[in-house]
Design a protein around this ligand. Structure first.
Ligand code: ADP
Ligand code: MG
Length: 710
């Protein structure tokens, strides 16, 4: 098949990004320009302190936003929210009011809406007779214009106030981490008033020709190719990584980056990724809520812009077997209102103790709540990536690098060193000289799911199509929990008469010791690590339904409730929604597999077999050797038989499971009796047939055609 090659010329609005950055955003600058000073002050307060916006103020803002939007040719507005489907949702309303004969936008419409959204997942929270859900404006994330529509970022909650989206708990988790981190920060610096979590998301994705995409029903239906033999040249040569970007893709990148920049998304890096056809985009980090919205929006922008270039972006975690999958590296840190990154080692010993405190707390949190962190990234798509050959394992571990490992080991070892008044404690414990060494500590372990990378933690096990709010909410909550506990432990030491910094060090030593098992510096992809991790007692939950069990634990529900992030009903609902989602995905995928096998692969293979039989008979009639033809006929028959039998059995397994009422059992059944029992067998037969049947008649676009875009 020939690729459609249509080059779209891309011209940036200006050679200077600053000329057009954020022009489609109603941000702080635009607000300042268009609102009366008293109104502007109230919005800033709402953004910074989460204070409520009164109706009169809302009216003023709505009016100003409308004027700003109309000048941009905008005709509609929408509340833009993130339901638990994983994508974003919007319902557009026209500004035009036919009765009044003019464009209108009320303050109430800005602040709250009641979308008819009964079909979004709610995990039993909304019974159908009370299907109302509300969206409410989140002023901390800026309003923007996308595709001639004014988009207002909102939360999405049920009539009774339960969260039905990703944003609500994320916002609450930001409160939780602030509340927990503040007392610890104030042990070091009384001037600190607020702590913000920051996030920079590196987004990996594949790009393929749109026509080829359309010719693969599996990609269209499920985003993943269920069949396809490895191309002769995969990623063995490693020539794609950081190689030159194919022209068509570069044009596409420039184009979507321009749109993203206009939307205030600070995209800054682009490059090829490891697999052929795989790429990465990363913005500069931002406050976590904004960064999350921006990542969701960026995926939409990429999707839309790709159309123009006759390309298709694949965000699935594992669109192609045999080559690397895609993730979203979540670079996370905590930054104070005084501008200090708490994960930034510094030149002052005092600040270093603060740095170590937060570092150790995070490591301990990951150790204590590894299962919860694992569950936060569980999805049908990510299962193909985690624990597979080319990706981080399903085992959660933390990489710190040689320098920090030494520092922590030293601290632990020196656990019995007596520190006297007048001693230079930092010297004595070997923590006075971290910065010099760390600054050039660039050894990066790419195989770790959770790595410290200089001045931030990088959670790499997050799936490429996930809404990062899920894992980030969890991370905020578990670190908040640990910090709270830490604060209590430090207080206890101080109450027992210990000097502050000694109290802190004592607690750190204990936490380092307690969480040691989670630290791993070696090759996370290796088999030895799986064995070693098992010895250490670390979990290795390979499938989503298994990983999600943790949500039903009493401690989990109490944890989220204690931090006011999710109540037990909401946690339970989320568990159910994620299981349903898993079942649906596997169901669709296995149906596509069956359809492709029965309607495309088997008939094609039979026709080819007939040709071979004719050929064998002809040769035989001529008295010639026909053993090669007979051998091939046998091979084709063998795979055909196996294919047919397995597809039939898989369909039966699905039928049985669909009758299962208990969603946990249904999901676990789909995992074991559908996925594990049949996927590999079916794929094996099809991929073998692909190599046997003549190229001309093979009904599916092949890997080599899709992966090497030029
Ligand atoms: P890598 O080598 O992994 O590609 P980069 O230095 O390019 O790492 O950074 C990757 C991402 O991390 C970017 O989005 C960047 O803005 C973000 N980042 C850098 N510093 C921080 C920080 N302190 N907090 C959160 N994210 C950060
Ligand atoms: Mg990275």
């Amino acid at each position: 098949m020939v690729q459609a090659r249509q080059r779209v010329t891309v011209t940036p609005p200006s050679t200077k990004i600053s000329d057009y950055f954020g022009t489609n955003v109603y941000g702080i600058d635009q607000m300042k320009q268009t609102l009366a000073p008293s109104i502007f002050k109230k919005v800033v307060e709402a953004i910074d302190k989460g204070s409520k916006i009164d109706p009169a103020t809302a009216e003023e803002i709505a009016s100003a936003v409308k004027t700003w939007a109309l000048a941009k040719g905008v005709t509609h507005f929408t509340h833009w929210f993130q339901p638990l489907t994983g994508s974003t949702a919007e319902k557009h309303d026209s500004f035009f009011d036919a009765h009044a004969g003019m464009e209108k936008f009320k303050g109430s419409a800005l602040v709250q809406q009641e979308p008819d959204a009964s079909s979004f997942p709610h995990g039993g929270i909304r019974s159908t007779f009370e299907a109302r859900g509300y969206t409410a404006w989140d002023p901390s994330s800026p309003i923007f214009v996308f595709e001639k529509t004014l988009c207002i970022p909102t939360i999405f909650v049920s009539y009774t106030g339960e969260a039905l989206d990703y944003k609500t708990p994320l916002l609450k988790s930001m409160e939780a981490i602030n509340e927990a981190a503040l007392p610890i920060c104030q042990l070091f610096d009384r001037n600190i008033r607020k702590i913000n979590a920051s996030l920079g998301v590196e987004q990996e994705y594949f790009v393929i020709d749109k026509a080829l995409f359309a010719a693969r029903p599996d990609l269209v239906m499920g985003g993943r190719s269920v069949f396809g033999h490895n191309p002769a040249r995969g990623q063995q040569l490693e020539d794609h990584y950081f190689g030159s970007i194919p022209t068509r893709v570069k044009d596409f990148m420039m184009d979507f980056e321009i749109e993203a920049l206009k939307l205030g998304i600070p995209v800054s890096t682009r490059h090829n990724e490891v697999a052929p056809g795989q790429f990465e985009v990363a913005p500069i980090f931002e406050e976590i809520n904004k960064a999350t919205d921006h990542n969701q929006l960026l995926m939409d922008v990429m999707d839309k812009v790709a159309e123009k270039h006759d390309l298709k972006v694949l965000f699935h975690e594992k669109p192609f077997a045999g080559v690397n999958g895609s993730g979203k590296h979540n670079n996370w840190s905590l930054i104070t209102d005084t501008g200090v990154n708490l994960f930034q080692p510094s030149n002052s010993a005092r600040e270093n103790l603060q740095f170590l405190t937060f570092l150790v707390a995070t490591v301990k949190a990951v150790y204590d709540y590894a299962d919860l962190l694992r569950a936060s990234i569980a999805s049908a798509g990510n299962d193909f990536r985690l624990g597979a050959n080319e990706a981080p394992p399903a085992i959660i571990s933390v990489f710190l690098g040689a320098t920090l490992t030494e520092v922590l080991d030293e601290l632990e070892k020196n656990g019995n060193i007596k520190i006297e008044k007048g001693d230079n404690m930092y010297m004595k414990l070997g923590i006075s000289k971290i910065p010099e060494i760390i600054l050039d500590n660039t050894d990066r372990n790419r195989t770790s799911p959770f790595a410290f990378t200089g001045n931030k933690f990088e959670f790499r096990a997050v799936g490429s199509q996930a809404n990062v709010a899920g894992p980030m909410t969890t991370l905020n909550v578990i670190v908040a929990e640990t910090l709270k506990q830490m604060n209590k432990d430090i207080e206890k030491e101080m109450n027992a008469g210990k000097e502050k910094k000694i109290a802190i060090v004592n607690v750190l030593r204990k936490y380092i010791k307690d969480s040691k098992k989670i630290r791993f510096e070696g090759d996370g992809y290796s088999e030895e690590w799986e064995k070693e991790a098992a010895k250490r007692g670390l979990s290795n939950l390979k499938s989503t339904p298994e990983a999600l069990d943790v949500y039903e634990r009493k401690e989990t529900k109490e944890l989220f409730e204690r931090h006011n992030v999710l109540n037990p009903i909401e946690v339970h609902a989320r568990h159910e929604i994620m299981l349903e989602d898993f079942v649906k995905k596997v169901q669709i995928e296995s149906r596509v597999m069956g359809d492709l096998a029965l309607n495309h692969i088997i008939p094609t293979a039979i026709l080819y077999q007939n040709k071979l039989i004719e050929n064998a008979n002809g040769l035989k009639g001529l008295g010639l050797d026909h053993s090669a033809a007979v051998e091939t006929i046998k091979e084709v028959s063998k795979h055909l038989e196996s294919l047919k039998a397995n597809v039939t059995a898989m369909t039966e397994a699905r039928k049985k499971l669909n009758k299962e009422e208990d969603v946990v059992k249904r999901a676990k059944g789909y995992q074991k009796e559908v996925k594990e029992a049949f996927y590999d067998k079916i794929r094996y037969a099809v991929d073998k047939l692909e190599l046997l049947v003549d190229d001309e008649s093979w009904p599916l676009v092949k890997y080599r055609e899709m992966l090497f875009i030029r």
